[in-house]
Design a protein around this ligand. Sequence first.
Ligand code: AMP
Ligand code: GLY
Length: 440
Amino acid sequence: MRILTVGGGGREHAAVEALYRSGAEIYSVMKNANPGIMRRAKVYKLVDERQIDDICEFAIEHDVGWAFIGPEAPLEIGLVDALENIGVKCAAPTKAAARIETSKAFMRNIMSRYNIAGNLSFAAFKTANETEKYLMTLKTEIVVKPTGLTGGKGVKVQGEHLNCHEETMAYVREVLSGKGGEEGVIIEEKLVGEEFTQMIFVDGKRTVPMPLVQDHKRAYEGDIGPNTGGMGSYSDADHLLPFVPEEERNKALGILRSIVDALNEEGCPYHGPMYGQFMLTKDGPKLIEINARFGDPEAMNVLPILASDFFAIIKEMATGKLKEDAVRFDNLATVCKYVVPVGYGTESESGHEIFVDEERIRECGAEIFYANVSEKDGKLYTGASRSVGIVGIGETIEEAEQVCEAALTFVEGESICVRHDIGKRDVIQKKIDRLKNLLS
Ligand code: AMP
Ligand code: GLY
């Protein structure tokens, strides 16, 4: 059975490996020559993931019946609508349903209109004057976000990135002058707590949860620095997190299920993986954002321990036939650390050669997922985004972290760096203690 995969990052490589394990025949489009995807694909084509016509042509040429779409950019411009029109069934949302990610204002308004728990105070503006007037009325700290897509990098937090009113207004003006597209800027209440990711499979109506994951968005160790797409992530063997009890997890799942129901009511049912990013606060889980796809790196945590047939799940999501009790994940912990180019998060140094000793990495018991690298004449070069994800797997987070670190010694290059603190025992203990203090 043939499937089209769209995207050339670490998330897509992890999805392609899971599809390959399911016996799918893979046809891939991506903009970079990702060697992990290239080797699993029967046919691949290097094409920008927003070239809808080229992608549809490729799907017709190779007579593919199904599609998996990794990144958000093609969802925003209606790739799913176009593929469904030519008879390709997609485990990904239509342009209308993808608005839960592509328009933060749409997502927050849905939550308000349907009275969904976990919302926070926010307001969206199109001019600096209106924004400033609103800011003057607030007594609590805020977060500034462009309304549209920014690859996770456009969010600035008061007290961290923004330290006075002038800095806040300067950033508001920067966003309004282009970063947020036409829609403008969102001012949100700043949440205090610990972040976690809950992803679910959705078939239009039914949902199946995946293990919880914690990503690390800040560029530097100690969770400081600019926001990035995510520097690395971990998950635990019981599919919860050391600081998230089952009761709080269930509240997060309830929020996501209400969003799925609301999208049905709105006439745009959601198919595909859905990603909820939450902050566990003293008032329970609050929603930071929804993504209309797998998280990256989070997909690299959950897909390697998916014990069920991924291609079957894709087909069930696309056709409304998800079996709620049939999806199994192994009870193993995972730690993923991304090797990124120096400067990632601000200005990346790209185009450097990177050396990956796959055999030694596998001997350590780790998985390797190629991301924004390109193969040329047998050599591998970094792009501006994240380069290679290394995933350690073990009985405990500690064991998985050690496997990951051992494997990372076999990735070398001149201009690369890694957040080594991700998944370390003392770092996680600090998070548990901090949350305990907050909740007491
Ligand atoms: P996003 O791109 O919306 O996922 O945001 C990137 C990062 O900014 C998140 O992972 C949080 O660390 C931070 N952030 C976003 N929104 C908020 C908020 N309302 N309160 C506190 N931190 C936030
Ligand atoms: N890990 C965050 C994202 O995929 O947007």
